[in-house]
Design a binder for this molecule. Structure first.
Ligand SMILES: O=P(O)(O)OC[C@@]1(O)O[C@H](CO)[C@@H](O)[C@@H]1O
Ligand SMILES: [Mn+2]
Length: 441
């Protein structure tokens, strides 16, 4: 089989990768610096003079990072001891090994976009852990929480919809159950539009009730493999022994509204008996502005549980007990915040790969996961998804992704070219989405 194509990078002037590195990432860094500034008095109250010094140090480290990026300096090794420092620096050496003499060092506008963008977020984390006692501060927490609070109306509508559905689920015909499953999958898909990295940290909360828009949004689903998901899970439901496990793993993306849509889907999967156990994977460090950490996961369930809306608080109480009884399991693994393509997982994180192999179905939420599934490479639009996965097949899997990067595979011949002609930003505006499945049909 031919070698995979080249990775997306900032070498392509004018590309989305180039504009992200040139404009959006510096904007995200500036917002992180502003956030630290605005918490100065809090740091002083909590930690006195030491807190002030720490704030100054973190700001100077982030300002240095921004300057390195804006002047296309060589990418430098991480220096602060952390669980993944050595893996990161080995990966930097690997990137160096790919370059010839004339290329010099790995650089922001030369190296693969996936690498430099992940590296930037890991450098933000390094700046924070180098600044005790504020070394546990999440520079993105404010905007993640704001997304949740600003999406309350939609969250109330979704929790009300779920509770009404749960009261009827036992009496639903097969076809009705399938339709409800498809609706909640679509809600989880469009929940992925709420992404603060794409918006450069600007608010991207869900203001309208997405349930009412599903029919109108259907034309924007470019690949819809949801029938395969239904076939797989309904067969598991029909054939499983009484006490056996049907496990669905969800590799999470953004906190806030999107996380609520994922928890609602997970709740339905158990109540409909399409699954008996859900495993969630979040990020171990603040990542791509809005990605879910274990703190975000626990904070959101606590907020939902204490809502003054009856159906929202019912959801929160149910979700808390699903965690406590072990029917929902949350996993932390550093692999998800490394720069590696997922085809490297079995080598780099064999324990995680083995864990994923226990799932009957893995749902990968969002665009960054799609980029890592397909190696963030310049595939032709019609290359089969299975081929682009480049050997990554831990279990049947489905990407649930709104398009926010210049990469898409598995389209019909001519489909991508036609969209390119009619809507030049179809790949990056977050307006189109896919349910892309890989596994036995
Ligand atoms: O994974 P998500 O939250 O759906 O999107 C991540 C993202 O916002 O960050 C990158 C651009 O900065 C792209 O992968 C995408 O636009
Ligand atoms: Mn994200």
């Amino acid at each position: 089989m031919a070698a995979p194509p080249a990775p997306l990078s900032g070498q392509d002037v004018g590309s989305f990768a180039y504009l992200t590195i040139k404009d959006r990432i510096p904007q995200i860094l500036t917002k992180a610096i502003d956030t630290l500034h605005r918490h100065k008095s809090e740091f002083f109250e909590k930690h006195g003079e030491e807190g002030m010094e720490a704030e100054k140090k973190a700001i100077s480290l982030l300002s240095k990072l921004r300057n390195e990026l804006q002047t296309d300096k060589p990418i430098i090794p991480l220096v602060e001891k952390f669980v993944d420092t050595d893996i990161w620096n080995q990966y930097l050496e690997y990137q160096q090994s790919l370059l010839n003499e004339s290329d010099g060092k790995p650089r922001w506008f030369h190296s693969p976009w996936l690498f430099v963008e992940c590296y930037m977020y890991r450098r933000i984390h390094e700046a924070i852990i180098q600044s005790p006692p504020i070394d546990d501060f999440d520079v993105f927490k404010e905007s993640k929480d704001q997304n949740f609070f600003e999406s309350q109306e939609s969250i109330i509508a979704l929790c009300t919809h779920l509770q009404q559905l749960l009261r009827a689920v036992e009496d639903l015909e097969e076809n009705q159950l399938k339709n409800e499953f498809f609706k909640l999958l679509q809600i989880s898909l469009w929940g992925n539009k709420c992404d603060l990295s794409l918006s450069g940290g600007e608010s991207s909360s869900q203001k309208t009730n997405v349930i009412n828009s599903l029919e109108d949004l259907k034309p924007f689903i470019l690949v819809d493999d949801t029938e395969h998901l239904w076939t797989l899970l309904s067969n598991c439901k029909k054939t499983r022994e009484k006490a056996s496990v049907v496990r669905v793993d969800i590799v999470l993306d953004n906190s806030g509204f999107e996380l609520v849509t994922d928890l609602i889907l997970a709740n339905f999967l158990l109540s409909s008996k399409l699954a008996t156990e859900i495993h969630f994977y979040g990020k171990t460090i603040p990542w791509f502005v809005s990605d879910t950490t274990v703190h975000d996961f626990n904070w959101l369930i606590e907020q939902v549980k204490h809502s003054n809306h009856k159906w929202v608080s019912t959801c929160g109480a149910d979700w808390e007990s699903l965690i406590k009884t072990g029917r929902w399991v949350y996993h932390d693994h550093i692999f998800w915040t490394l720069p590696h393509e997922y085809c490297a997982m079995s080598q780099v994180a064999p324990d995680l790969y083995t864990e994923l192999q226990k799932a009957h179905l893995i749902l990968f939420k969002g665009d960054l996961n799609y980029r890592k599934l397909t190696g963030d490479r310049k595939w032709e639009f019609s290359v089969p998804f299975h081929q682009a996965l480049n050997g990554f097949h831990p279990a049947p899997l489905c990407s649930i992704r709104t398009l926010k990067a210049e990469i898409q595979v598995g389209l019909q011949p001519g489909q991508g070219e036609q969209l390119m002609a009619s809507e030049p930003d179809w790949l990056t505006a977050g307006k189109y989405g896919v349910f892309q499945y890989d596994g036995p049909l």
